[in-house]
Write a protein that binds this ligand. Sequence first.
Ligand code: FCB
Length: 460
Amino acid sequence: MKTFSQYALSKSDLGLCDAFADGFVLGAAAAAYQIEGSASADGRGPSIWDTFSHTPGKTVNGETGDVACDHYRRWKSDVDLMQSLALEAYRFSISWSRVQPSGSGAWNPMGLAFYDQLVDRLLEKSIQPHATLYHWDLPQALQDKGGWANRDTAHRFADYAEEIATRLGDRLVTLATHNEPYCTATLGHELGKFAPGFRDAALATQVSHHLLLSHGLAMKSMRSVSPKAALGIVLNQSAASPATESAEDVALARLLYAKFVRWYMDPILLGRYPDEIGIQHYPDVQVGDMELISEPIDFLGINYYTRLWASASTPPVPAPNALGVNDMGWETYPSGLGDLLLDHRENYRLPPIYICENGMACADQLVDGSVSDPARIEYVRGHLASLARASQGGVDIRGYMYWSVMDNYEWDSGYAKRFGLVHVDYPTQTRTPKESAHWYRELIEAKQRLSATQKIAVTA
Ligand code: FCB
Protein backbone atom coordinates (compact mmCIF):
# COMPACT_ATOMS: atom_id res chain seq x y z
CA MET A 1 0.00 0.00 0.00
CA LYS A 2 1.25 3.46 -0.78
CA THR A 3 1.35 6.15 1.82
CA PHE A 4 -0.63 9.28 1.23
CA SER A 5 2.43 11.46 0.76
CA GLN A 6 2.89 9.67 -2.55
CA TYR A 7 -0.30 11.22 -3.85
CA ALA A 8 1.02 14.65 -2.92
CA LEU A 9 -0.53 17.63 -4.59
CA SER A 10 1.52 19.80 -6.86
CA LYS A 11 1.78 23.56 -6.42
CA SER A 12 -0.42 24.03 -9.47
CA ASP A 13 -3.10 21.84 -7.88
CA LEU A 14 -3.30 24.33 -5.06
CA GLY A 15 -3.55 27.14 -7.60
CA LEU A 16 -6.59 25.35 -9.04
CA CYS A 17 -8.47 25.69 -5.78
CA ASP A 18 -7.71 29.37 -5.67
CA ALA A 19 -9.50 30.08 -8.94
CA PHE A 20 -12.99 29.30 -7.69
CA ALA A 21 -15.31 31.36 -5.56
CA ASP A 22 -15.99 30.43 -1.96
CA GLY A 23 -18.74 27.83 -1.80
CA PHE A 24 -17.51 25.97 -4.91
CA VAL A 25 -17.83 22.26 -4.14
CA LEU A 26 -15.87 19.23 -5.31
CA GLY A 27 -17.89 16.03 -5.36
CA ALA A 28 -18.75 12.94 -7.35
CA ALA A 29 -21.76 11.49 -9.15
CA ALA A 30 -23.59 8.24 -9.87
CA ALA A 31 -26.99 7.20 -11.23
CA ALA A 32 -29.70 4.86 -9.97
CA TYR A 33 -29.66 2.06 -12.53
CA GLN A 34 -25.87 2.06 -12.68
CA ILE A 35 -25.30 1.39 -8.97
CA GLU A 36 -28.43 0.43 -7.04
CA GLY A 37 -29.20 -3.16 -8.10
CA SER A 38 -32.12 -4.69 -6.14
CA ALA A 39 -34.10 -4.36 -9.35
CA SER A 40 -37.30 -5.87 -7.98
CA ALA A 41 -36.83 -5.26 -4.24
CA ASP A 42 -39.40 -3.52 -2.04
CA GLY A 43 -41.95 -2.98 -4.78
CA ARG A 44 -39.74 -1.38 -7.48
CA GLY A 45 -41.38 -1.62 -10.89
CA PRO A 46 -39.41 -2.44 -14.05
CA SER A 47 -37.91 0.35 -16.13
CA ILE A 48 -36.97 0.42 -19.81
CA TRP A 49 -33.38 -0.32 -18.83
CA ASP A 50 -34.43 -3.58 -17.14
CA THR A 51 -36.21 -4.57 -20.33
CA PHE A 52 -33.41 -3.43 -22.64
CA SER A 53 -30.54 -4.99 -20.69
CA HIS A 54 -32.44 -8.29 -20.49
CA THR A 55 -32.98 -8.34 -24.25
CA PRO A 56 -30.30 -10.58 -25.84
CA GLY A 57 -27.68 -8.72 -27.86
CA LYS A 58 -28.27 -5.24 -26.43
CA THR A 59 -25.42 -5.04 -23.90
CA VAL A 60 -21.87 -6.38 -23.73
CA ASN A 61 -22.01 -9.98 -22.44
CA GLY A 62 -25.73 -9.52 -21.81
CA GLU A 63 -24.83 -7.69 -18.57
CA THR A 64 -27.65 -6.02 -16.62
CA GLY A 65 -28.03 -3.67 -13.65
CA ASP A 66 -29.81 -6.35 -11.58
CA VAL A 67 -27.08 -6.24 -8.92
CA ALA A 68 -24.72 -3.47 -10.08
CA CYS A 69 -22.91 -2.08 -6.99
CA ASP A 70 -25.61 -3.36 -4.63
CA HIS A 71 -25.88 0.24 -3.45
CA TYR A 72 -29.57 -0.11 -2.55
CA ARG A 73 -28.44 -2.35 0.32
CA ARG A 74 -24.99 -0.84 0.96
CA TRP A 75 -25.96 2.83 0.82
CA LYS A 76 -25.02 3.58 4.42
CA SER A 77 -21.47 2.31 4.11
CA ASP A 78 -21.23 3.93 0.68
CA VAL A 79 -22.04 7.30 2.21
CA ASP A 80 -19.44 6.64 4.91
CA LEU A 81 -16.96 5.91 2.14
CA MET A 82 -17.82 9.23 0.47
CA GLN A 83 -17.21 10.98 3.76
CA SER A 84 -13.84 9.24 4.13
CA LEU A 85 -12.94 10.67 0.72
CA ALA A 86 -13.91 14.17 1.96
CA LEU A 87 -16.45 14.58 -0.87
CA GLU A 88 -18.35 17.84 -0.48
CA ALA A 89 -21.22 16.91 -2.79
CA TYR A 90 -22.84 13.78 -4.16
CA ARG A 91 -25.05 13.74 -7.24
CA PHE A 92 -27.39 10.77 -7.51
CA SER A 93 -30.51 10.00 -9.50
CA ILE A 94 -33.89 8.78 -8.39
CA SER A 95 -35.28 5.64 -9.96
CA TRP A 96 -38.79 6.71 -11.01
CA SER A 97 -40.08 3.13 -11.03
CA ARG A 98 -38.77 2.59 -7.50
CA VAL A 99 -40.83 5.46 -6.13
CA GLN A 100 -43.81 5.13 -8.49
CA PRO A 101 -43.72 1.61 -9.96
CA SER A 102 -46.09 2.26 -12.89
CA GLY A 103 -45.04 5.86 -13.58
CA SER A 104 -48.51 7.09 -12.59
CA GLY A 105 -50.86 6.46 -9.71
CA ALA A 106 -49.65 4.90 -6.44
CA TRP A 107 -46.40 5.91 -4.78
CA ASN A 108 -44.16 3.26 -3.23
CA PRO A 109 -43.42 4.21 0.40
CA MET A 110 -40.38 1.94 0.60
CA GLY A 111 -38.83 3.45 -2.50
CA LEU A 112 -39.48 6.97 -1.25
CA ALA A 113 -38.00 6.09 2.16
CA PHE A 114 -34.78 4.96 0.51
CA TYR A 115 -34.06 8.39 -1.00
CA ASP A 116 -35.34 10.19 2.06
CA GLN A 117 -32.85 8.36 4.29
CA LEU A 118 -30.06 8.75 1.76
CA VAL A 119 -30.51 12.52 1.72
CA ASP A 120 -30.57 12.71 5.52
CA ARG A 121 -27.44 10.64 5.87
CA LEU A 122 -25.59 12.74 3.31
CA LEU A 123 -26.52 15.87 5.24
CA GLU A 124 -25.42 14.27 8.51
CA LYS A 125 -22.03 13.70 6.90
CA SER A 126 -21.91 17.27 5.54
CA ILE A 127 -22.13 16.08 1.94
CA GLN A 128 -24.40 18.22 -0.25
CA PRO A 129 -27.15 16.14 -1.87
CA HIS A 130 -27.83 16.88 -5.56
CA ALA A 131 -30.57 14.82 -7.23
CA THR A 132 -31.63 14.15 -10.81
CA LEU A 133 -35.16 12.95 -11.54
CA TYR A 134 -34.52 11.17 -14.80
CA HIS A 135 -31.30 9.37 -15.65
CA TRP A 136 -32.77 7.31 -18.50
CA ASP A 137 -34.88 4.76 -16.60
CA LEU A 138 -38.50 5.36 -17.68
CA PRO A 139 -41.02 3.09 -15.92
CA GLN A 140 -41.76 0.27 -18.38
CA ALA A 141 -45.49 0.80 -17.81
CA LEU A 142 -45.17 4.24 -19.42
CA GLN A 143 -43.14 2.85 -22.32
CA ASP A 144 -45.99 0.42 -22.90
CA LYS A 145 -48.19 3.49 -23.47
CA GLY A 146 -45.76 4.99 -26.01
CA GLY A 147 -43.01 6.28 -23.73
CA TRP A 148 -41.49 9.65 -24.60
CA ALA A 149 -43.12 9.50 -28.05
CA ASN A 150 -46.40 10.05 -26.20
CA ARG A 151 -46.93 13.68 -25.14
CA ASP A 152 -48.81 12.51 -22.08
CA THR A 153 -45.57 11.12 -20.59
CA ALA A 154 -44.44 14.73 -20.10
CA HIS A 155 -47.44 15.29 -17.79
CA ARG A 156 -46.71 12.10 -15.86
CA PHE A 157 -43.15 13.36 -15.40
CA ALA A 158 -44.37 16.71 -14.06
CA ASP A 159 -46.46 14.87 -11.43
CA TYR A 160 -43.49 12.76 -10.40
CA ALA A 161 -41.27 15.86 -10.21
CA GLU A 162 -43.78 17.65 -7.97
CA GLU A 163 -43.95 14.70 -5.59
CA ILE A 164 -40.18 14.51 -5.24
CA ALA A 165 -39.84 18.30 -4.88
CA THR A 166 -42.45 18.15 -2.11
CA ARG A 167 -40.70 15.36 -0.25
CA LEU A 168 -37.03 16.17 -0.77
CA GLY A 169 -36.96 19.75 -2.02
CA ASP A 170 -36.43 21.14 1.48
CA ARG A 171 -33.07 19.34 1.81
CA LEU A 172 -31.60 18.98 -1.67
CA VAL A 173 -29.13 21.59 -2.89
CA THR A 174 -30.10 21.07 -6.53
CA LEU A 175 -32.87 19.11 -8.19
CA ALA A 176 -32.49 18.50 -11.93
CA THR A 177 -35.20 17.32 -14.27
CA HIS A 178 -33.26 15.37 -16.90
CA ASN A 179 -29.80 13.97 -17.32
CA GLU A 180 -28.57 14.36 -20.90
CA PRO A 181 -31.85 14.43 -22.85
CA TYR A 182 -29.71 14.15 -26.01
CA CYS A 183 -28.86 10.58 -25.01
CA THR A 184 -32.47 9.64 -24.27
CA ALA A 185 -33.59 11.04 -27.63
CA THR A 186 -30.71 10.23 -29.97
CA LEU A 187 -29.05 7.16 -28.45
CA GLY A 188 -32.38 5.71 -27.35
CA HIS A 189 -34.61 6.53 -30.33
CA GLU A 190 -32.36 7.21 -33.35
CA LEU A 191 -29.28 5.03 -32.91
CA GLY A 192 -30.84 2.15 -30.96
CA LYS A 193 -27.83 2.02 -28.65
CA PHE A 194 -29.69 2.74 -25.41
CA ALA A 195 -33.17 1.85 -24.10
CA PRO A 196 -35.78 1.73 -25.53
CA GLY A 197 -33.66 0.92 -28.59
CA PHE A 198 -35.52 2.51 -31.53
CA ARG A 199 -33.91 3.59 -34.83
CA ASP A 200 -36.00 6.43 -36.19
CA ALA A 201 -34.53 9.93 -36.59
CA ALA A 202 -37.88 11.73 -36.88
CA LEU A 203 -39.20 9.95 -33.79
CA ALA A 204 -36.04 10.92 -31.87
CA THR A 205 -36.67 14.60 -32.69
CA GLN A 206 -40.24 14.41 -31.43
CA VAL A 207 -38.99 12.65 -28.31
CA SER A 208 -36.44 15.42 -27.73
CA HIS A 209 -39.30 17.93 -27.81
CA HIS A 210 -41.39 15.93 -25.35
CA LEU A 211 -38.38 15.66 -23.04
CA LEU A 212 -37.91 19.43 -23.15
CA LEU A 213 -41.63 19.93 -22.65
CA SER A 214 -41.57 17.59 -19.65
CA HIS A 215 -38.69 19.65 -18.26
CA GLY A 216 -40.74 22.85 -18.58
CA LEU A 217 -43.87 21.29 -17.10
CA ALA A 218 -41.80 19.89 -14.23
CA MET A 219 -40.17 23.27 -13.56
CA LYS A 220 -43.67 24.70 -13.11
CA SER A 221 -45.02 21.87 -10.98
CA MET A 222 -41.92 21.88 -8.76
CA ARG A 223 -42.04 25.66 -8.33
CA SER A 224 -45.66 25.34 -7.19
CA VAL A 225 -44.47 23.61 -4.00
CA SER A 226 -41.65 26.17 -3.39
CA PRO A 227 -38.73 23.84 -2.74
CA LYS A 228 -35.53 25.30 -1.30
CA ALA A 229 -33.50 23.33 -3.84
CA ALA A 230 -32.23 25.10 -6.93
CA LEU A 231 -34.08 23.71 -9.96
CA GLY A 232 -32.55 23.02 -13.36
CA ILE A 233 -31.46 20.47 -15.96
CA VAL A 234 -28.25 18.60 -16.83
CA LEU A 235 -27.06 18.65 -20.48
CA ASN A 236 -24.15 16.81 -22.08
CA GLN A 237 -22.05 19.21 -24.09
CA SER A 238 -18.84 19.54 -26.08
CA ALA A 239 -17.07 22.18 -28.06
CA ALA A 240 -16.90 21.25 -31.77
CA SER A 241 -13.59 21.41 -33.65
CA PRO A 242 -13.41 21.43 -37.47
CA ALA A 243 -10.61 19.09 -38.59
CA THR A 244 -9.32 21.69 -41.08
CA GLU A 245 -10.26 25.23 -42.04
CA SER A 246 -12.13 24.03 -45.13
CA ALA A 247 -15.67 25.37 -45.56
CA GLU A 248 -17.04 21.79 -45.37
CA ASP A 249 -15.37 21.00 -42.06
CA VAL A 250 -16.39 24.34 -40.56
CA ALA A 251 -20.00 23.79 -41.68
CA LEU A 252 -19.99 20.26 -40.26
CA ALA A 253 -18.67 21.50 -36.92
CA ARG A 254 -21.48 24.07 -36.78
CA LEU A 255 -24.06 21.42 -37.58
CA LEU A 256 -22.78 18.93 -35.00
CA TYR A 257 -22.69 21.68 -32.39
CA ALA A 258 -26.24 22.76 -33.26
CA LYS A 259 -27.56 19.21 -32.95
CA PHE A 260 -25.68 18.30 -29.80
CA VAL A 261 -25.53 21.52 -27.79
CA ARG A 262 -27.79 24.23 -29.21
CA TRP A 263 -30.76 21.89 -29.76
CA TYR A 264 -31.16 21.85 -25.96
CA MET A 265 -29.56 25.15 -24.91
CA ASP A 266 -31.50 27.39 -27.30
CA PRO A 267 -35.04 26.25 -26.37
CA ILE A 268 -34.26 26.41 -22.65
CA LEU A 269 -32.36 29.70 -22.61
CA LEU A 270 -33.66 31.47 -25.75
CA GLY A 271 -37.11 29.91 -26.23
CA ARG A 272 -36.55 28.57 -29.79
CA TYR A 273 -34.91 25.71 -31.67
CA PRO A 274 -31.80 26.51 -33.74
CA ASP A 275 -32.50 26.89 -37.48
CA GLU A 276 -29.08 25.67 -38.56
CA ILE A 277 -28.74 24.62 -42.20
CA GLY A 278 -28.58 20.83 -42.35
CA ILE A 279 -30.92 19.98 -39.48
CA GLN A 280 -33.33 17.59 -41.15
CA HIS A 281 -36.13 17.05 -38.67
CA TYR A 282 -38.14 19.54 -36.65
CA PRO A 283 -40.70 18.43 -34.07
CA ASP A 284 -44.39 19.11 -33.83
CA VAL A 285 -44.55 22.06 -31.41
CA GLN A 286 -47.88 23.14 -29.88
CA VAL A 287 -48.84 26.67 -28.87
CA GLY A 288 -47.34 27.53 -25.50
CA ASP A 289 -44.69 24.78 -25.56
CA MET A 290 -41.72 27.09 -26.04
CA GLU A 291 -42.82 29.36 -23.17
CA LEU A 292 -42.94 26.32 -20.88
CA ILE A 293 -39.60 25.00 -22.07
CA SER A 294 -37.94 28.36 -21.45
CA GLU A 295 -39.18 28.67 -17.85
CA PRO A 296 -36.24 30.26 -15.97
CA ILE A 297 -33.86 27.75 -14.41
CA ASP A 298 -31.87 28.31 -11.22
CA PHE A 299 -28.83 26.38 -12.40
CA LEU A 300 -27.54 24.57 -15.44
CA GLY A 301 -25.71 21.26 -15.09
CA ILE A 302 -23.15 20.43 -17.77
CA ASN A 303 -21.58 17.02 -18.39
CA TYR A 304 -18.36 17.21 -20.36
CA TYR A 305 -16.17 14.29 -21.45
CA THR A 306 -14.58 15.04 -24.82
CA ARG A 307 -14.95 17.25 -27.89
CA LEU A 308 -16.87 16.84 -31.13
CA TRP A 309 -14.45 16.36 -34.03
CA ALA A 310 -15.77 17.44 -37.44
CA SER A 311 -14.17 16.08 -40.58
CA ALA A 312 -16.28 16.08 -43.74
CA SER A 313 -13.73 14.38 -45.99
CA THR A 314 -13.56 10.70 -46.98
CA PRO A 315 -11.77 9.11 -45.30
CA PRO A 316 -12.17 11.51 -42.36
CA VAL A 317 -9.14 13.28 -40.91
CA PRO A 318 -8.57 11.58 -37.55
CA ALA A 319 -8.64 13.63 -34.33
CA PRO A 320 -5.10 14.38 -33.13
CA ASN A 321 -5.68 12.71 -29.76
CA ALA A 322 -2.61 14.52 -28.43
CA LEU A 323 -3.53 13.72 -24.83
CA GLY A 324 -4.72 10.22 -25.61
CA VAL A 325 -8.10 8.52 -25.57
CA ASN A 326 -9.78 6.83 -22.65
CA ASP A 327 -10.98 3.25 -22.38
CA MET A 328 -14.24 4.25 -24.12
CA GLY A 329 -12.22 5.59 -27.08
CA TRP A 330 -13.06 9.21 -26.15
CA GLU A 331 -10.34 11.81 -26.76
CA THR A 332 -9.05 13.61 -23.67
CA TYR A 333 -9.47 17.30 -24.50
CA PRO A 334 -9.66 19.44 -21.36
CA SER A 335 -9.41 22.85 -22.99
CA GLY A 336 -12.76 22.20 -24.69
CA LEU A 337 -14.52 22.58 -21.34
CA GLY A 338 -13.28 26.11 -20.72
CA ASP A 339 -13.82 27.07 -24.39
CA LEU A 340 -17.41 25.81 -24.25
CA LEU A 341 -18.25 27.76 -21.10
CA LEU A 342 -16.63 30.98 -22.28
CA ASP A 343 -18.55 30.68 -25.54
CA HIS A 344 -21.79 30.20 -23.63
CA ARG A 345 -21.04 33.36 -21.71
CA GLU A 346 -21.06 35.25 -25.00
CA ASN A 347 -24.24 33.66 -26.36
CA TYR A 348 -26.61 33.19 -23.42
CA ARG A 349 -27.58 34.72 -20.11
CA LEU A 350 -26.17 31.85 -18.09
CA PRO A 351 -27.50 30.79 -14.72
CA PRO A 352 -24.97 29.40 -12.20
CA ILE A 353 -23.24 26.30 -13.56
CA TYR A 354 -22.45 22.93 -12.01
CA ILE A 355 -20.24 20.49 -13.86
CA CYS A 356 -22.35 17.43 -13.06
CA GLU A 357 -20.14 14.85 -14.77
CA ASN A 358 -16.57 14.67 -16.02
CA GLY A 359 -14.34 11.63 -15.84
CA MET A 360 -12.47 8.89 -17.65
CA ALA A 361 -12.66 5.12 -17.97
CA CYS A 362 -9.32 3.36 -17.46
CA ALA A 363 -8.35 -0.30 -17.63
CA ASP A 364 -7.72 -0.20 -13.87
CA GLN A 365 -6.09 -3.16 -12.14
CA LEU A 366 -6.25 -3.92 -8.44
CA VAL A 367 -2.69 -4.94 -7.51
CA ASP A 368 -1.68 -5.68 -3.90
CA GLY A 369 -4.68 -3.82 -2.58
CA SER A 370 -4.26 -0.62 -4.60
CA VAL A 371 -5.12 0.81 -7.99
CA SER A 372 -2.62 3.10 -9.65
CA ASP A 373 -4.45 5.46 -12.05
CA PRO A 374 -2.21 8.46 -12.77
CA ALA A 375 -4.02 9.12 -16.06
CA ARG A 376 -7.24 9.81 -14.16
CA ILE A 377 -5.47 12.29 -11.87
CA GLU A 378 -4.08 14.07 -14.94
CA TYR A 379 -7.55 14.08 -16.50
CA VAL A 380 -9.15 15.76 -13.48
CA ARG A 381 -6.26 18.20 -13.14
CA GLY A 382 -6.57 19.22 -16.78
CA HIS A 383 -10.31 19.73 -16.61
CA LEU A 384 -10.19 21.66 -13.35
CA ALA A 385 -7.55 23.93 -14.85
CA SER A 386 -9.78 24.52 -17.85
CA LEU A 387 -12.74 25.17 -15.55
CA ALA A 388 -10.62 27.60 -13.55
CA ARG A 389 -9.96 29.51 -16.80
CA ALA A 390 -13.73 29.81 -17.38
CA SER A 391 -14.26 30.88 -13.79
CA GLN A 392 -11.62 33.60 -14.15
CA GLY A 393 -13.32 34.60 -17.39
CA GLY A 394 -16.49 35.36 -15.44
CA VAL A 395 -18.53 32.13 -15.60
CA ASP A 396 -20.28 31.47 -12.28
CA ILE A 397 -19.28 27.87 -11.49
CA ARG A 398 -20.64 26.37 -8.29
CA GLY A 399 -19.31 22.84 -8.34
CA TYR A 400 -17.58 19.94 -10.08
CA MET A 401 -18.72 16.33 -9.74
CA TYR A 402 -16.35 13.64 -10.91
CA TRP A 403 -18.00 10.75 -12.80
CA SER A 404 -18.15 8.44 -11.02
CA VAL A 405 -17.84 7.96 -7.30
CA MET A 406 -17.31 4.22 -7.92
CA ASP A 407 -17.02 1.83 -10.85
CA ASN A 408 -20.48 0.87 -12.04
CA TYR A 409 -22.70 -0.50 -14.78
CA GLU A 410 -21.78 1.48 -17.89
CA TRP A 411 -25.04 0.95 -19.80
CA ASP A 412 -24.60 -1.04 -23.04
CA SER A 413 -20.86 -1.41 -22.25
CA GLY A 414 -21.60 -3.41 -19.10
CA TYR A 415 -19.11 -3.66 -16.23
CA ALA A 416 -15.84 -3.61 -18.16
CA LYS A 417 -15.56 0.19 -18.31
CA ARG A 418 -14.28 1.58 -15.03
CA PHE A 419 -14.86 5.29 -14.40
CA GLY A 420 -14.79 5.24 -10.59
CA LEU A 421 -12.66 6.99 -8.01
CA VAL A 422 -13.32 3.78 -6.08
CA HIS A 423 -12.64 0.35 -7.56
CA VAL A 424 -15.46 -2.18 -7.19
CA ASP A 425 -14.71 -5.89 -7.21
CA TYR A 426 -18.15 -7.06 -8.36
CA PRO A 427 -18.10 -10.69 -7.11
CA THR A 428 -17.33 -9.57 -3.54
CA GLN A 429 -18.61 -5.96 -3.77
CA THR A 430 -15.34 -4.85 -2.15
CA ARG A 431 -14.69 -1.13 -2.56
CA THR A 432 -11.07 0.09 -2.86
CA PRO A 433 -10.33 3.79 -3.29
CA LYS A 434 -7.97 4.27 -6.23
CA GLU A 435 -4.93 6.57 -6.07
CA SER A 436 -7.06 9.21 -7.79
CA ALA A 437 -9.50 9.09 -4.87
CA HIS A 438 -6.67 9.77 -2.41
CA TRP A 439 -5.38 12.60 -4.58
CA TYR A 440 -8.88 14.05 -4.90
CA ARG A 441 -9.33 13.91 -1.13
CA GLU A 442 -6.08 15.77 -0.62
CA LEU A 443 -7.17 18.36 -3.16
CA ILE A 444 -10.50 18.87 -1.37
CA GLU A 445 -8.83 19.16 2.01
CA ALA A 446 -6.31 21.65 0.63
CA LYS A 447 -9.15 23.69 -0.86
CA GLN A 448 -10.91 23.71 2.51
CA ARG A 449 -7.74 24.84 4.31
CA LEU A 450 -7.28 27.56 1.72
CA SER A 451 -10.77 28.96 2.11
CA ALA A 452 -10.44 28.84 5.92
CA THR A 453 -7.22 30.87 5.63
CA GLN A 454 -8.90 33.34 3.30
CA LYS A 455 -11.76 33.75 5.74
CA ILE A 456 -9.32 34.53 8.54
CA ALA A 457 -7.52 37.01 6.28
CA VAL A 458 -10.80 38.74 5.42
CA THR A 459 -11.91 39.01 9.06
CA ALA A 460 -8.50 40.23 10.22
C1 FCB B 1 -22.75 9.94 -19.31
C2 FCB B 1 -23.87 9.37 -18.47
C3 FCB B 1 -23.40 8.58 -17.29
C4 FCB B 1 -22.19 7.72 -17.62
C5 FCB B 1 -21.14 8.55 -18.32
C6 FCB B 1 -19.88 7.78 -18.66
O1 FCB B 1 -23.22 10.20 -20.61
O2 FCB B 1 -24.70 10.39 -17.99
O3 FCB B 1 -24.47 7.82 -16.79
O4 FCB B 1 -22.58 6.63 -18.34
O5 FCB B 1 -21.66 9.11 -19.49
